[in-house]
Design a protein around this ligand. Structure first.
Ligand code: ADP
Length: 203
């Protein structure tokens, strides 16, 4: 039996909310556990797979549709797929869910930090440009963000650390049987196991 079951973890939220940061930390933990994981990130795919697309509603929908297609293929092959896209429209997220649930799991994660906090972080300097009118259709400023109505998990990244947010995702994956649960052994238990394995000649 495989150690992992196919699932897409879909991080949605405003620019600067922490989607990429949390997804990277989740990826690190999963890789450390020798699990197969693939990240799909809006900033990266928009330079390759969807570089022909802009930020109109129509183009945003196409962006999500294409990425959901890729995520579906990965999920079908039991890869833990971590998608970080602003994906501001509920309908587009629901469509992605419907597609991907045909072959595996889909977890909608609302990466939630208030607009004010995201704007203060202004990781990429984009809010400043959007306020100055130098960028059109900027989510939260001049384009809508529809908050999830049926998310599976919410991460308040303005109130919790990256480690806490990532741990919530890992726990969710464990509790829903997508990845094996790791057990933290006590020192006594570890000693007993070592002793037994020694006795059996394995060590
Ligand atoms: P997004 O991918 O949603 O656009 P990023 O991950 O690129 O957002 O940026 C989020 C920023 O917020 C990073 O600079 C990160 O260090 C910071 N940050 C602070 N606290 C958190 C947290 N708890 N979770 C995620 N990011 C956080």
């Amino acid at each position: 039996m495989r150690a992992q079951k196919g699932v897409t973890v879909w991080f949605t939220g405003l620019s600067g909310a922490g989607k990429t940061t949390v997804a990277k930390e989740v990826e690190r933990i999963l890789k450390e556990r020798n699990l197969y994981v693939q990240r799909l990130d809006g900033d990266i795919v928009r330079k390759s797979l969807t570089k022909d697309l802009g930020f109109s509603k129509e183009d945003r929908d196409k962006n999500i549709e294409r990425n959901a297609f890729v995520a579906k293929l990965l999920t079908k092959n039991d890869i833990i797929t971590l998608c970080s896209f602003i994906s501001p429209y509920q309908e587009a997220r629901d469509k992605a869910r419907k597609e991907i649930e045909e072959v595996g799991g889909f977890i909608e994660v609302f990466v939630n930090a208030p607009l004010k906090v995201c704007e203060e972080r202004d990781v990429k300097g984009l809010y400043k440009k959007a306020r100055e009118g130098k960028i059109e259709n900027f989510t939260g400023i001049s384009a809508p963000y529809e908050e999830p109505v049926n998310c599976d998990l919410e991460l308040r990244t303005d109130q919790e650390t990256v480690a806490e947010s990532a741990a919530k995702v890992i726990t969710y994956l464990e509790e829903h049987g997508y990845i094996p649960e790791t057990k933290d052994y006590t020192t006594e238990e570890e000693e007993l196991i070592t002793e037994r394995l020694n006795g059996l000649g394995y060590l």
